[in-house]
Design a protein around this ligand. Structure first.
Ligand SMILES: C[C@H](CCC[C@H](C)C(=O)SCCNC(=O)CCNC(=O)[C@H](O)C(C)(C)COP(=O)(O)OP(=O)(O)OC[C@H]1O[C@@H](n2cnc3c(N)ncnc32)[C@H](O)[C@@H]1OP(=O)(O)O)[C@H]1CC[C@H]2[C@@H]3[C@H](O)C[C@@H]4C[C@H](O)CC[C@]4(C)[C@H]3C[C@H](O)[C@]12C
Length: 382
């Protein structure tokens, strides 16, 4: 696998850091998640392929343990707001001094400088300041966040993983590590470059809900079917629009032109009425054979059972029976080799990981007695 041999220390965070670590683990890195002590469970639902150690970083001996782990690792992912790591004497200066090859990835909302750098925030705050949230929602309604996909995951976890891979690549030439300042405001904005640049094309320059891709256009919309489900219509180009009209059983000569903006509300009414006349399954049958960019709107469960996704094996089931997406993209020679084991429990691998990193049984016992670490897993075989 592409990242075989790469050792990553991920300090446990809420959502973006865990995705970043999971992507790297899926592609072969050895990822150790550092959980807090005295917690019952983790909120990390993206623990696939990781191991967990429970370590109290507030204790000086705990910070020393992390330092020792980082000396022997390639990457550290830290998800705290600016200044937290420095307070623990675990900032980049402290760690890069000991391991100049370390890639120190700082995944925050607002970045390491600027007036909001020390403030707390969540996805909705980051995409609001990136100028993006103002674009989501229907005409006349409040902006509505697309769950936490854009800030936390596209702009956060994924961008940070890209930064780490870039830094690993660069390190093959320079032999040096570096610090990655991954701000979710900037990551989300960067992912959305098209939106910024398409203003010039007058594609997305009208108020929210009146543009071609934001529910303004009748041919890029969802429609309710007679059984209360939905179809997604993305018939943007004229050739697909013509086929949409055909599939709906309409006659284009009796309709206003596709790009007559003032007629869009009327076209939507017509399409709404027609879609409501048949069930989703019937519309699927009709549009399965027509190249019109029309698809069913599926729930997560339905998506994993959808024939095309089954053809490609797009979803996997782990040993706990939990279904999730398999890693993407596919690499032909060195594909991801995903773990089907259940996610790690907090501190399940403390002993095994510490031994692997050169701690002796005596040192581990002492750390345990001082409540610096917790051993919640089966004992390592000596
Ligand atoms: C599902 C919910 C998650 C949704 C994701 C959400 C939408 C996001 O946007 S995630 C992105 C969040 N933002 C960032 O990551 C930006 C950068 N980070 C921050 O801004 C902050 O870290 C913060 C805002 C995320 C958190 O701020 P906080 O003040 O708490 O933390 P920091 O200042 O960063 O400092 C961390 C301190 O912790 C110390 N630390 C860290 N590690 C260790 C260690 N190993 N040992 C000792 N100490 C450690 C560190 O030193 C700092 O200390 P100081 O402050 O003294 O400096 C879920 C969100 C909440 C979940 C629910 C909740 O957890 C309660 C239940 C729990 C139960 O188990 C399950 C059900 C819950 C209801 C649970 C359900 C969901 O999972 C949530 C709703």
């Amino acid at each position: 696998m592409v990242l075989s041999g790469i050792k990553i220390i991920e300090l446990a965070g809420l959502a973006p850091g865990p995705l970043c670590g999971m992507i790297l683990a899926d592609f072969g890195a050895k990822v150790v998640r550092v959980d807090r002590t005295r917690i019952m469970t983790t909120v990390d639902v993206q623990g696939r392929g990781k191991r967990s150690i429970a370590l109290d970083l507030k204790k000086p001996e705990g910070a020393e343990v992390l330092k020792k782990l980082c000396i022997q690792s390639d990457v550290l992912i830290e998800p705290f707001r600016k200044g937290v790591m420095e307070k623990l004497s675990l900032g980049p200066k402290d760690l890069l001094q000991q391991n100049s090859k370390l890639i120190y990835a700082r995944l925050t909302g607002f970045g390491q400088n600027g007036r909001h750098a020390s403030k707390a925030g969540h996805d909705i705050n980051f995409i609001s300041l990136a100028g993006l949230l103002s674009n989501f929602g229907r005409k006349g309604e409040n902006p509505c966040a697309p769950v936490n996909l854009l800030g936390d995951f596209a702009g956060g976890g994924l961008m940070c993983a890209m930064g780490i891979i870039l830094a690993l690549f660069e390190r093959t030439h320079s032999g040096k590590g570096q610090v990655i300042d991954a701000s979710m405001v900037e990551g989300a904005a960067y992912c959305s470059s098209w939106l910024w640049k398409s203003q010039k094309l007058s594609l997305m320059d009208k108020p929210r809900g009146e543009n071609i891709l934001d529910s303004g256009a009748p041919f890029y919309e969802t429609y309710k079917t007679s059984d209360g489900k939905y179809m997604a219509v993305g018939a943007l180009e004229p050739q697909f629009y013509d086929r949409l009209i055909e599939g709906l059983g309409l006659n284009s000569s009796e309709l206003p032109p596709q790009m007559s903006l003032s007629d869009w509300p009327e076209l939507k009414r017509i399409f709404t009425k027609i879609f409501a006349s048949k069930s989703q399954a019937v519309w699927c049958k009709i549009f399965d054979n027509i190249d019109a960019c029309v698809t069913p709107v599926l729930s997560l469960q339905e998506a994993s059972r959808y024939p095309h996704n089954q053809d490609r094996g797009s979803f996997i089931t782990d040993e706990d029976g939990q279904v999730s997406p398999r890693p993407a993209p596919h690499l032909s020679r060195t594909p991801a080799c995903v773990s089907l084991a259940r996610d790690p429990k907090v501190g399940e691998h403390t002993e095994a990981v510490l031994m692997e990193y050169g701690f002796t049984r005596e040192q581990i016992n002492a750390l345990q007695c001082a409540e610096v670490i917790e051993l919640n897993g089966p004992k390592a075989k000596l």
